[in-house]
Design a protein around this ligand. Structure first.
Ligand SMILES: Cc1cc2nc3c(=O)[nH]c(=O)nc-3n(C[C@H](O)[C@H](O)[C@H](O)COP(=O)(O)OP(=O)(O)OC[C@H]3O[C@@H](n4cnc5c(N)ncnc54)[C@H](O)[C@@H]3O)c2cc1C
Length: 246
């Protein structure tokens, strides 16, 4: 079947779970496309105070922007669009968006919180109805269908941003392990950490010298100063049922 677009990994949903999965799969060299429609639920948060690394909390819009930028830098191709259908194909899956575009992918990560309608055409996905819909998975996010994973709240993870982000990372690493990629930890270490002990540099690891480390830290300091130079202009989104503008 001819499709508009091909990739190794399609991630559906761009909240913390999907973005985190995309950072890991793209860094491992898998051609990763993330398709998101609408706003992650985290945009409703008024001040995020339990996400480790931000002792005085962080604006949730800012955190999502930082995650998006990190996914971009890793090489994840982020697109806007709503996936309305997913089907198994001979070599993976074909997704269709609401404007009729088709995307072929070897593996798919669903990270759409409680949206499951686009999975109806796939046999073997167990939907759990607990008032809201969730997808049943094993403890590494694998659904009953080879190559199809569920991440974050959709996989019935607890409803906290750090937990779903961590779960997205777990699913990213699981997918990498299930692929043909030589992958080991995704670590950046000081020069000589492995090779200074007569060890081969493991796949997916990088040794950097002092000058390169200083260059990267200076870049990260400048980037974070720019990101946090001003308060974020956007406030939290109100629940639709109590918005006074509707
Ligand atoms: C008011 C409020 C306050 C909160 N405060 C906190 C807090 O203080 N601390 C904390 O840790 N957690 C908080 N949370 C919880 C946290 O926001 C969620 O647990 C977390 O964001 C879930 O992430 P997710 O990636 O699984 O889903 P989401 O962030 O919802 O991401 C799913 C994405 O998929 C998109 N999508 C859905 N269907 C499709 C489709 N068919 N095609 C393409 N895209 C699709 C959605 O639009 C969305 O962008 C709060 C939640 C709310 C509602």
């Amino acid at each position: 079947m001819s499709t508009d677009f091909d990739c190794d990994v399609l991630i559906v949903g761009g909240g913390p779970a999907g973005l985190s999965a995309g950072i890991f799969t793209a860094r491992a060299g898998l051609d990763t496309t993330l398709v998101n429609d609408g706003d992650p639920i985290l945009r409703r948060n008024a001040h995020l105070e339990n996400y480790p690394g931000f002792p005085a909390g962080v604006n949730s819009h800012r955190l999502l922007e930082l995650m998006g930028e990190q996914a971009d830098r890793a090489g994840c191709d982020r697109r806007e669009g709503r996936v309305v259908d997913l089907r198994a194909s001979d070599d993976g899956f074909v997704a269709e968006t609401e404007v009729g575009r088709t995307l072929a992918a070897s593996k798919v990560v669903a990270a759409t919180k409680n949206t499951v309608d686009f999975l109806a055409g796939i046999d073997g996905v167990e939907i759990l109805d607990r008032g809201k819909a969730f997808v049943d998975t094993d403890d590494r996010g694998r659904t009953g269908v080879a190559g199809l994973y569920a991440a974050g709240r959709l996989a019935a993870q607890p409803h906290q941003a750090i937990i779903v982000a961590g779960h997205g990372a777990t699913i990213g690493v699981t997918l990498i392990e299930d692929s043909d990629v030589d992958f080991y930890h995704d670590w950046v270490t000081p020069e000589g950490y492995f090779t200074g002990r007569e060890r081969e540099l493991p796949p997916g690891c990088e040794e950097i010298d002092a000058a390169e480390r200083e260059r990267r830290e200076a870049e990260s300091v400048a980037a974070m100063q720019a990101w946090f130079a001003e308060p974020h202009p956007e406030g939290p989104q109100q629940h639709p049922s109590v918005r006074d503008d509707e």
